[in-house]
Design a protein around this ligand. Structure first.
Ligand SMILES: *Cc1c(COP(=O)(O)O)cnc(C)c1O
Length: 340
């Protein structure tokens, strides 16, 4: 494979066209066997449900290059399961875990030259998605579907080291109590763009969403989950039916309990009781862990550990998680899938 001309240390989180993507088509009750293609454009009917009614869902996971030069995926089975749960919520056909993981592996393998070297901090981000296609007019499920996986090399989230950032409480909701908050479906994100822009314009990293029913509890930090650390060595993360279940979050819960002997709890996190936390963070595949410096609520900035320094527990969680992902720390069984 030809080497590619990319300055790995300059990479951000931006789209770059890589050589191959995987496409599979669903028709008459089944998925075809799928194939790699070079064209990064998808021709679909102007009437596709994905374009009009938001019948689409997506996933995000990364391939990591180890010190030995191997390439590995982190818990891709969990992404397959979550994509299927998104599909069930918006009436799209599920895809087998085997086909999902095989598609990811094929895309990594075919674009191997774009997988950043070990030590650059950069990774190869995979974006699987599933969309309703075919001719349709009324509000109903599509007659045909496409499952696509493409991949893009992305930079380390923290250029020049992990540093805390501030967030503000959004005045908008991202999800409804019995809505689609727990599904990774496009509509949730269109609805969050305005709150994100307002937060950015005011100098914050992103908006924090409260529970849509009572507006008293923290649910999501932009497109990441929230966790807080108490002085009693507890790892606490919100529990709610409208939070997107972050695979990073569940992995950190396991690490907190089994590697750091913290007490782990999923419970309500009231926004007027943030004093109980000595550290806080946001977690997700793209950001890994973003330390939260402070949260603006009722015109006051509540600062956790520090606005400039990363707390010691957050640091340990980050080191163990990224250690597992890059193959330096032994992870629990089944978390790492090698791309051969
Ligand atoms: C994808 C996503 C996350 C993070 O999930 P991971 O599986 O950890 O990447 C958190 N919140 C929202 C709203 C998301 O879309």
């Amino acid at each position: 494979m030809k080497p590619v001309d990319i300055n790995w240390s300059e990479l951000g989180f931006n789209y770059i066209k890589t050589d191959f993507r995987y496409v599979s088509h669903w028709k008459d009750g089944k998925w075809d066997e799928g194939k790699l293609v070079e064209d990064n454009k998808i021709a679909i009917s102007e009437s596709a449900t994905a374009l009009h009614y938001g019948q689409q869902c997506f996933e995000g996971l990364k391939a990591y290059r180890t010190k030995e030069g191997k390439i590995q995926l982190f818990r891709p089975d969990q992404n397959a399961k979550r994509m299927n749960s998104s599909c069930r919520r918006i009436l799209m056909p599920e895809i087998s875990e085997e086909q999902f993981i095989d598609a990811c592996k094929q895309v990594v393998k075919a674009n191997e030259a774009y997988v950043p070297p070990y030590g650059s901090g950069a990774t190869f981000y995979l974006r699987p998605f599933l969309i309703g296609v075919g001719d349709n007019l009324g509000v109903k499920a599509a007659p045909e579907f496409k499952f696509v996986v493409f991949g893009v090399p992305v930079g380390p989230y923290f250029k020049g080291g992990m540093a805390p950032v501030n967030f503000m409480i959004a005045e908008y909701d991202r999800a409804a109590p019995y809505g689609t908050g727990a599904a990774k479906v496009g509509g949730n994100y269109a609805g969050s763009l305005l709150a994100h822009k307002i937060a950015k314009d005011r100098g914050f990293a992103d908006a924090i969403y409260l529970d849509p029913q009572t507006h008293t509890k923290i649910e999501e930090v932009g497109a990441a989950n929230f966790f807080g650390i108490t002085a009693d060595n507890e790892f606490i993360t919100p529990k709610s039916e409208s939070i997107l279940p972050s695979i990073t979050k569940y992995s950190l819960m396991h690490i907190a309990e089994n590697y750091l002997s913290l007490k782990v709890k999923e419970e309500d996190v009231f926004v007027d009781k943030l004093d109980r936390f000595i550290e806080a963070g946001a977690c997700g595949t793209a950001a890994v862990i973003t330390p939260i410096g402070g949260i603006e609520y009722n015109e006051k900035l509540h600062v956790f550990h520090s606005e400039t320094e990363v707390g010691p527990v957050t640091r340990k969680l980050y080191d163990i998680l990224s250690g597992i992902q890059f193959g330096e720390v032994e992870g629990p069984e089944g978390w790492i899938v090698e791309v051969k």
